[in-house]
Ligand binder design. Structure first.
Ligand SMILES: [Fe+2]
Length: 222
């Protein structure tokens, strides 16, 4: 912006090492702003109230290093697979935000033993709408810790791609729940926050670096 050279770079792609599934891509278009969608990485309270997750934890403070922000949290949730099986999932997550349109999230599901990773990419379309693309991958599942819907009977090479479709569908369900809020909320520069809301103001201070003029931050994110 303003003719300046790039002030920061995207992180290097994580290693593939041939043990990750193919990718699944889901894209949703809705009224929103990339700053507000990435804010969910630190808005820990919404995991309970919007997505219905249980046992939400975030004991480690959000860390910031220049354009890189890292947020760690955990939660449990119960999900259906193909309307047949119900899965209780215990998840820890590390969200790494780089700028306002690029987040990379690593998930570890502890009870079955599934590693998944997501790229959450928000692209402004016309000043009102954004396209949010979720790209997911699941690591090869060698020996699931417990049986889930016959997963252990499938050839190993099929397990991660099938679970990746499940992960992608779950993520897009969550996005649709978030969109109800994102497409209606108003930007409040100094919101009244409860302690459970998470480190929203720390995130807002982080975002300011991406606006050469702070006043632009307030008007653009409205
Ligand atoms: Fe969310």
């Amino acid at each position: 912006m303003d003719g300046r050279p790039p002030q920061w770079h995207l992180p290097a792609e994580p290693s593939d090492a041939g043990e990750w599934s193919n990718i699944q891509i889901r894209t949703v278009r809705f009224p929103g702003h990339p700053q507000e969608t990435s804010e969910n990485s630190v808005d820990i309270a919404h995991l309970s109230y919007v997505h219905g997750y249980g046992n939400v934890t975030n004991e480690i403070p959000v860390s910031i290093d220049g354009p890189y922000l890292e947020s760690r949290f955990g939660f449990s949730t119960t999900r259906k697979i193909a309307k047949i099986a119900r899965l209780n999932l215990e998840v820890t997550a590390i969200a790494r935000v780089t700028g306002l349109g690029y987040s990379y999230v690593e998930f570890q599901e502890l009870s079955i033993g599934i590693d998944a990773r997501l790229w959450v990419l928000a692209t402004p379309v016309d000043g009102t709408l954004i396209d949010m693309s979720i790209i997911s991958q699941v690591r090869e599942i060698r020996s699931p810790k417990r049986r889930i819907a016959g997963l252990g009977f499938l050839p190993r090479r099929m397990r991660a791609p099938i679970m990746n479709k499940f992960v992608a569908d779950l993520q897009i369900q969550d996005v649709h729940q978030d969109v109800v809020v994102w497409s209606r909320k108003q930007y409040v520069p100094r919101p009244k926050l409860a302690r459970s809301d998470g480190e929203v103001m720390k995130y807002r201070a982080y975002c300011a670096q991406f606006y050469p003029d702070l006043r632009q931050c307030e008007s653009t994110a409205r």
